[in-house]
Ligand binder design. Structure first.
Ligand code: GUN
Ligand code: FE
Length: 449
């Protein structure tokens, strides 16, 4: 079953591989070998008793195999479907106001500083490195309104080897802060320039995403223009929806001709099968049906939803509506840049909802693992390229060791791979993520470290 005779094998791993499929939230591949070709793609995943045949067929030396230890496994890289790179500087602070006041008081004044490329370079370097080190192999970023700083974020993701979707933020009204908004024509022209210049760089793993901040920040004509730009160039779209009740109410008054918040985006052609909308805590079932019909995805950001008291998304209900769903950190509304935290907060929120309604089936850690990996790839329309260990997909992966010296996890006799995975998801941190690969390239540990 080897069809490309020119591909050469760059890495072979042997041991336990954990991933999700459409059938199984967690599939444990034990005593297996996984080969990565020199294009960064997964060439084979087989039982290791066939290793001698594989080495002849693919022309690799068995002495080059990377053998995983008893307490190690590979898992797919995690996909952060919603993170504001520009808000990283104040992560862990400023969590005492609800959304609309939070934006005006903390967020817009900080984002205004990204006309300074030195400031941007400092924060963007740190957020790319921090998230990579924590196992985020793909990030869907909001930058700011500034085109040049947004291009710099793309350059840094490329430099450090992170797969990224990068959005230059568009907002032409209601910022409430004079130094942080654009005219409608600037939004459109600068979005065009951002897309053109980012695509011209031909970064293999960094792509632009059309980014209206959210309905209250955008005029109807701007929303239409951004829908047009995205649809004529087949680009992805990201924004926010129904995060907090005050915001939903504001949208009702700003767009009185629209039936719902979802209807605002629908009418402006922003709901596509390349769209991801953050939060969605207060969407109705009727709105979720529109998400399903249009193929639009939701990014669930539980840390943020609790931290700035926005609401609790009923993920089970979203999944029952067959809406694509991934997890997001939503730095800095969410105070943690780690996707492990996003998984834990997803479980917390699910359990809180079960406390309120015992009929509601709580999410399992296996389901949450899928949302952080395969689910995220689906939400970003990247599931043809990444999300699990399927032959032909890019090798975006974490090497996890639950038994690092002075690490956060203690193991006890008789604990098998499932318990080891569960302990890593609940107790692990970046110390346990010993290597990170994106498209076959090892990006962590950093080579300059
Ligand atoms: N809605 C509009 N802008 C933002 C933002 O920056 N963060 C969050 N959490 N919600 C938003
Ligand atoms: Fe956000």
């Amino acid at each position: 079953n080897r069809n490309d005779t020119t591909a050469r094998i760059a890495h072979v791993f042997r041991g336990t591989f954990v991933h999700s499929t459409s059938r199984a939230a967690v599939e444990m591949l034990q005593d297996c070998v996984l080969g990565v070709d020199d294009q960064g793609k997964i060439a084979f995943v087989e039982k290791d008793q066939d290793v001698d045949n594989l080495s002849k067929l693919w022309g690799f030396e068995t002495s080059d195999i990377k053998q995983l230890g008893q307490y190690e496994f590979l898992m797919p890289g995690m996909v952060d479907t919603h993170i504001h790179a520009s808000q990283y500087s104040y992560t862990g602070t400023a969590l005492d106001l609800p959304l609309l006041e939070w934006l005006k008081t903390y967020t817009f004044p900080v984002e205004a500083k990204y006309n300074d490329l030195e400031f941007a370079n400092n924060v963007y370097t740190k957020v790319v490195r921090r998230t990579l080190k924590n196992g985020t192999t793909t990030a869907c970023y909001f930058a700011t309104i500034h085109t040049d700083a947004s291009l710099l974020l793309g350059e840094l993701a490329d430099k450090f080897g992170q797969r990224a979707l990068v959005g230059k933020v568009c907002m032409d009204c209601n910022s409430g802060v004079p130094q942080y908004k654009e005219s409608s024509s600037e939004c459109k022209e600068e979005t065009d320039r951002f897309i053109k210049e980012l695509l011209k760089k031909e970064y293999p793993k960094v792509k632009p995403v059309v980014t209206p901040r959210f309905a209250p920040s955008c005029s109807s004509s701007l929303l239409s223009e951004l829908g047009e730009i995205a649809n004529s160039n087949k680009l992805r779209i990201q924004s926010h929806i129904s995060e907090n009740k005050g915001e939903v109410e504001l949208v009702r008054t700003l767009f009185p001709d629209c039936k719902s918040y979802t209807d605002v985006y629908l009418k402006h052609k922003l709901l596509t099968d390349r769209t991801v909308m953050a939060h969605g805590c207060h969407l109705t079932d009727e709105e979720l049906e529109i998400f399903h019909e249009t193929g639009s995805a939701i990014s669930h950001c539980p840390n943020s939803n609790i931290s700035i008291c926005s609401g609790m998304l009923n993920v089970r209900n979203v999944l029952n509506h067959k809406v694509k769903l991934g997890l997001g950190t939503d730095v800095a509304g969410g105070y943690s840049p780690s996707m492990l935290d996003a998984m834990r907060r997803t479980l917390d929120t699910s359990k809180a909802l079960t406390i309120q309604d015992p009929q509601l089936k709580t999410l399992s850690f296996e389901e949450v693992f899928r949302l952080a990996t395969l689910g995220g790839s689906e939400a970003l329309s990247l599931d043809d390229q990444i999300g699990n260990f399927v032959v032909g997909k890019d090798f975006d992966a974490l090497r996890v060791n639950v038994c690092v010296p002075d690490g956060p996890i203690d193991l006890f006799p008789g604990e098998g791979p499932k318990v080891i995975l569960e302990k890593f998801l609940n107790l692990g941190d970046d110390r346990n993520i010993t290597e990170v690969y994106v498209a076959g390239r090892r990006v962590v540990p950093f080579t300059d470290a």
